[in-house]
Design a protein around this ligand. Structure first.
Ligand SMILES: C[S@@+](CC[C@H](N)C(=O)[O-])C[C@H]1O[C@@H](n2cnc3c(N)ncnc32)[C@H](O)[C@@H]1O
Length: 264
């Protein structure tokens, strides 16, 4: 069972559970740039562009990326979670000179006219979507000719040594989202829709120094979040052993990718 792809409504009613996982990346990443800054540097947005972020979550990307982006943007923040849409608008509504609107929307049936956007961004969300080909086709439909689609996701090797610890919950020892929308699937599906796609992996790893942060991140989604006490205790023991083996540090590789396609 690909656990991060089930129970999506409960998982994302607010940003709390997502924040437990994001904390590993914001606090412990070893890389030249933060993830959001690395993506922003590759988006090539122009002054005044109309941009859709589908599956925007709490809008963290735009807050972090703003210093690297144009002074003027017409940004539409869309997510199927009402809580995320509200939080994203509160966070991003007064960034730079941007015009920011928000809307509850499902990626599979985007409530926008054909050819309305210069760019569509779909970061770490397509693995939640049942009909990915339909959602990608919708992203293509709402893009103007020449418009840019940026999609991000994780590869099967992402945080491998962390996911190895989750076998105490009966989980597979691999990145859970890769089975539904890993790097190869993403490249294939985007190429099929657009006829072109570039793939770039951010060189980065995590150097984690807090066992508690690992526990909180990996029990923020099923089955870890509902695991019985004895499983949670076994999980804590497995985490402690891993930190002991690393001399108090857990050093794990990341495999996170950005795909960019252009509409003909
Ligand atoms: C892992 S979060 C990513 C948030 C943000 N894009 C980021 O990278 O920080 C996934 C988001 O996708 C949203 N989502 C999941 N399925 C969706 C769908 N079918 N249509 C629109 N949003 C969806 C969730 O509500 C959640 O906010």
């Amino acid at each position: 069972m690909a656990v991060l792809t089930t129970g999506v409504a409960a998982q994302y009613s607010t940003s709390e559970k997502l924040a437990a996982r994001a904390r590993l990346h914001t606090h412990y990443s070893v890389s030249d740039e933060g993830w959001f800054e690395w993506v922003a540097a590759r988006l090539q947005l122009g002054e005044g562009d109309k941009v859709l972020d589908i599956g925007c979550g709490p809008g963290w990307f735009w807050q972090s990326a703003a210093p690297l982006l144009p002074e003027r943007l017409e940004l539409t923040l869309a997510d199927q979670s009402a809580g995320m849409v509200k939080e994203a608008l509160e966070r991003c509504g007064s960034l730079k000179q941007w015009t920011v609107t928000s809307i509850e929307a499902d990626a599979s049936t985007l409530p926008f006219a054909d050819a309305s956007f210069d760019a569509v961004v779909a970061m770490h969300m397509l693995y939640h979507v049942r009909d990915q080909a339909k959602a990608i086709a919708e992203m293509g439909r709402v893009l103007k000719p020449g418009g840019l689609l940026a999609v991000t996701t994780n590869g099967a090797n992402n945080l491998r040594d962390l996911y190895a610890l989750t076998t105490v919950f009966g989980s597979e020892p691999v990145e859970p989202v890769a089975a539904t929308f890993g790097l190869d699937i993403a490249e294939r599906r985007l190429g099929a829709q657009f006829g072109n796609v570039t793939r770039e992996i951010q060189p980065a790893r995590l150097r984690i120094t807090s066992p508690e942060d690992v526990f909180m991140a990996l029990t923020s989604y099923p089955p870890g979040d509902g695991a019985p006490d004895e499983q949670q205790a076994a999980f804590r023991a497995a985490i402690d052993q891993a930190f002991a083996r690393g001399g108090g540090v857990l050093d794990v590789g990341k495999e996170v990718g950005l795909f960019v396609s252009r509409k003909a």
